[in-house]
Design a protein around this ligand. Structure first.
Ligand SMILES: NC(=O)c1ccc[n+]([C@@H]2O[C@H](COP(=O)([O-])OP(=O)(O)OC[C@H]3O[C@@H](n4cnc5c(N)ncnc54)[C@H](O)[C@@H]3O)[C@@H](O)[C@H]2O)c1
Length: 256
């Protein structure tokens, strides 16, 4: 029987890596993204390899769209087994100069988007009556806030809070809720962050990236596939007794 995994922000980066990994465990993937073009590319590539996948447009900040995503994906691909709240945005700016519209949009996408995703997935799981898995994208910045990333850090602290609260409430319905905390993963988001920080510090991007590498015990950045492995584990039967947790996937940057 098909098991459906909805992955938000799956048009590129870590979300794409998660979609590419989960198909290997037999999931049909709803490749959900605000960018329909990239979502369609990812879904087409997976289908060309013989996997089940379909692209969906969603702005996770819009609660109605998130609920519609779950409804349509279930109608198209079968019962929901896993919902990955991966979509997120970031910007680099000083606390006092952060533009209010950007701050509000960031909270709407990262924090409220995850909230709506948990709600929509949990309601579907309850309807199906067989439990389910929810996995959220937090960050190292959700443990120790980053300078120049005040709103982002708060949103990721908040996602850890949502993960714990949802885990406590939903355990009775056999729904587990966990989070992954990537460190430095080479994606378009990270490219943009490095570029902006380098500019602020009057450094080259190479210097900025070398500074970051010094913080990683294993001495190398992550690929999206490294994070995807952890997501696949949280989704696996072996992780059935783990809930409310956030796991560092950072090559040894922070030790909590
Ligand atoms: N890359 C890193 O180093 C890193 C580190 C820590 C945490 N994270 C987190 O991992 C997640 C993925 O990051 P990434 O590096 O792959 O980012 P990315 O920018 O490369 O990709 C994010 C994807 O999300 C989509 N998206 C953005 N806003 C959306 C919305 N409102 N609705 C639906 N889709 C939307 C984008 O179109 C894009 O396809 C994010 O939550 C991010 O905060 C990333």
């Amino acid at each position: 029987m098909t098991k459906l995994a909805i992955v938000t922000g799956a048009g590129q980066g870590i979300g794409k890596g998660i979609a590419e990994r989960l198909v290997k465990d037999g999931y049909a993937i709803a490749v959900a993204d605000i960018n329909s073009e990239t979502a369609t590319e990812v879904a087409n590539k997976l289908r060309n390899k013989g996997y089940q996948a379909k692209a969906y447009y969603v702005d996770v900040a819009n609660r109605n769209e998130v609920f519609a995503l779950v409804k349509h994906a279930v109608a198209d691909l079968g019962d929901l087994a896993l919902y990955v709240n991966n979509a997120g945005i970031a910007f680099i700016d000083s606390f006092i100069d952060s533009d209010p519209k950007r701050v509000e949009r960031l909270f709407d996408v990262n924090l409220k988007g995850t909230y709506w995703g948990i709600q929509a997935a949990a309601k579907q799981f309850k309807k199906q009556g067989k439990g389910g898995r929810i996995i959220n994208a937090a960050s190292l910045a959700g443990y120790e806030a980053s300078a120049l990333q005040s709103a982002y850090s708060v949103s990721k602290f908040g996602i850890r809070g949502l993960t714990q609260a949802a885990a406590k409430e939903l355990a009775v319905d056999k729904i587990t809720v966990n989070a992954y905390n990537p460190g430095i993963v080479r994606t378009k988001m990270r490219d943009a962050i490095d570029k902006k920080i380098a500019k602020i510090k009057h450094e080259t991007i190479t210097q900025q990236q070398a500074n970051c590498l010094k913080e990683i015990a294993l001495g190398r950045e992550a690929k999206p596939s490294y994070v995807a492995e952890v997501v696949a584990w949280f989704a696996s039967s072996g992780a059935g007794y783990v809930t409310g947790q956030s796991l560092q996937v950072d090559g040894g940057m922070r030790f909590y």
